[in-house]
Design a protein around this ligand. Structure first.
Ligand SMILES: C[S@@+](CC[C@H](N)C(=O)[O-])C[C@H]1O[C@@H](n2cnc3c(N)ncnc32)[C@H](O)[C@@H]1O
Length: 264
């Protein structure tokens, strides 16, 4: 089933605006510059440099270009170590099937991260337990986790509040399949659907929970304001909505992130 609305298609960023696409382009430019440096300078002067030294040069150029291209700070070390890691893995000499398997698992988990800019990262039981007291009493409460990952929070809420209708929506295939199987084995009254939350009608829920990323919050907030009914509750773990003070702040775990809530 296609959950993507025309609005969602319009909001989809162009390829070159995606940080992951820019990071790849930067790495390709760094590779070309390193080859040129080796061919035009290092080979005539010193007969060339060893590959492991060139990888550090490429990594350094890529990190500098990432800074110049406005990529966020955490990209810089990734860009630096990426070529180095390639050389190290070649030396380790693992069977090629291992890489294929790892690639397929990553693809299935992080399938759309390059587009959504929301990586998979699970919440912990302390966060699940901080959500529970915020759920209003009363039968038939409808709860949803936007980006439900492997389903930990949804299954916990379903177990502790059997009077609620509990649902998760997840865009990446592997976490979604695993959560759906877990629901069967746990005999939990929870529903998991695969799709993009931006095409979901949030007016159907009393409590909407999200643990996404700073990049996702402004448009999700707009959607929540437009669709959620008065009196419903919007919860976000770790990420605030810029310019909108939360009405609830709770700290599930000392030294960890807060859980924020907005009464709509
Ligand atoms: C930080 S994880 C949160 C995991 C989960 N809520 C939990 O409690 O463990 C964010 C999840 O949101 C999913 N996601 C990102 N964008 C999405 C979208 N537009 N629609 C549905 N799921 C999305 C990602 O695939 C990822 O699994």
């Amino acid at each position: 089933m296609n959950f993507e609305t025309d609005e969602a298609k319009k909001r989809r960023p162009s390829l070159i605006k995606l940080p992951s696409a820019r990071a790849l382009l930067v790495q390709a430019i760094a590779f070309a510059l390193t080859c040129a440096l080796d061919r035009l300078l290092l080979q005539p002067l010193w007969g060339g440099a060893e590959i492991h030294k060139l990888m550090f040069v490429q990594g350094g150029i890529a990190a500098l270009l990432s800074y110049a291209a406005g990529l966020e700070r955490w990209w810089w070390p990734i860009q630096f170590f990426f070529p180095v890691a390639i050389v190290v893995m070649q030396k380790v000499n693992l069977p090629s099937g291992v890489y294929l398997f790892a690639f397929l698992v990553c693809l299935a988990v992080y399938w759309t991260t390059f587009q959504t800019r929301v990586p998979f990262f699970p919440t912990r039981p302390s966060t699940w337990n901080a959500v529970l007291p915020l759920l209003p009493e009363g039968r038939g409460l409808r709860f949803i986790d936007l980006g439900s990952g492997f389903g930990g929070l949804v299954l916990h809420v379903a177990k502790c509040r059997p009077d609620c209708s509990v649902m998760g929506i997840e865009i990446a295939p592997l976490p979604w399949i695993v959560s759906a199987i877990r629901a069967v084995f746990c005999r939990a009254d929870a529903r998991f659907i695969r799709g993009d939350y931006s095409a979901l009608d949030l007016s159907k829920f009393d409590v909407v929970f999200a643990y996404l990323s700073p990049a996702a919050m402004p448009s999700l907030w707009e959607k929540a304001r437009a669709e959620m009914r008065p009196g419903s509750l919007f919860l976000s773990y770790e990420f605030l909505v810029p310019g909108h003070e939360p009405t609830i702040v709770s700290l599930p775990d000392a030294n960890r992130a807060s859980l924020y809530g907005w009464s709509m």
